[in-house]
Ligand binder design. Structure first.
Ligand SMILES: C[S@@+](CC[C@H](N)C(=O)[O-])C[C@H]1O[C@@H](n2cnc3c(N)ncnc32)[C@H](O)[C@@H]1O
Length: 208
C-alpha cells in the first residue's frame, strides 16, 4: 500500500496524461470556481496562479473572465494542451512547464505576488512530505490579503494520490499566524464526479 512515508518513485503524471488516464478531471469548470466567479472572489484584472493545472478548463475560463492567469504543471502534455486551448480561444495566459515545488532557492515564484491561487486537486496530489514547502511557496506567491481558493479533498483511507486533506490537517498546515480562516461550517462540500464521489471542501483562506 502507498502511504505518506512511501519513498517509491514519484507518480508519473506525464505518462497518465499521455495515456489519457486522468480520472481526476471534471471535464467542466468546477462548481466552486463558478461560485467564486459569480461572487467576485475571482474578478477581472486580478492575477491568479493555477498550480498543477493539468488540463483543467479553469485556465481558459478565468482568462476569458478577464483575469491574468499563470498556469503551471510538470506535464509537457498538459501544458501543450493548455497552450493549444489558449491559442484556439484567442486568449492570453502565462504557462509554466516544470516542477514548481523544487526545494530551496530553485523553487519557482511569480515575478510579482498575485491576488489569488486557485487550488484544484494539487495539494491532494503531491506527496504529503512536500506540503510544508507548498505552504511556504503560497506565502511567497500571494500578496498580503491575497487568497488561496482551496478545494480540500476529503478522504479517510490512507495512501494516494489523492491524499486526504482533512480540515484538522489543513489547520495545522495553514496556521492562524499566517492565514485567516473562514469558519469550518462555511466550507462548501462539492462531491467529485469520479474519484468515488469523494467531496472537496471549497473555502477561501486569506494570506496575512
Ligand atoms: C490530480 S492532477 C490535477 C490537475 C488539474 N488541477 C485538474 O483538476 O484537472 C495534479 C496535477 O499536478 C501536477 N503536478 C504534480 N506535482 C507537480 C509539481 N511538483 N509541479 C508542477 N505540477 C505538478 C500533475 O502533473 C497534475 O497535472
Amino acid at each position: 500500500m502507498r502511504d505518506e512515508t512511501d519513498e517509491r518513485p514519484p507518480f508519473e503524471w506525464e505518462e497518465r496524461f499521455r495515456a489519457d488516464d486522468t480520472p481526476w478531471e471534471r471535464g467542466d469548470v468546477h462548481p466552486a470556481a463558478r461560485m467564486w466567479l459569480e461572487a467576485g472572489e475571482l474578478a477581472p484584472g486580478m492575477s491568479v496562479i493555477i498550480p498543477g493545472c493539468g488540463r483543467c478548463p479553469e485556465v481558459t475560463a478565468f482568462a476569458r473572465a478577464g483575469l491574468n492567469v499563470t498556469a503551471a504543471d510538470l506535464s509537457e502534455t498538459a501544458i501543450d494542451w493548455q497552450k493549444a486551448r489558449i491559442a484556439e480561444d484567442k486568449l492570453s495566459a502565462v504557462t509554466i512547464q516544470g516542477d514548481i515545488l523544487k526545494p530551496g532557492h530553485a523553487a519557482w515564484s511569480p515575478d510579482q505576488p498575485v491576488d489569488r491561487v486557485y487550488e484544484q486537486t494539487f495539494l491532494c496530489a503531491i506527496p504529503p512530505r512536500l506540503r510544508e514547502a507548498y505552504e511556504a511557496s503560497l506565502i511567497k506567491w500571494l500578496k498580503p490579503g491575497g487568497k488561496l481558493l482551496a478545494l480540500f479533498m476529503q478522504k479517510d483511507e490512507r495512501g494516494g494520490p489523492p491524499y486526504g486533506c482533512s480540515l484538522e490537517a489543513m489547520h495545522a498546515l495553514f496556521p492562524q499566524e499566517r492565514w485567516i480562516w473562514p469558519e469550518d461550517a462555511e466550507f462548501v462540500p462539492v462531491p467529485h464526479p469520479s474519484l468515488n464521489g469523494k467531496p472537496e471542501l471549497a473555502g477561501a483562506l486569506t494570506r496575512r
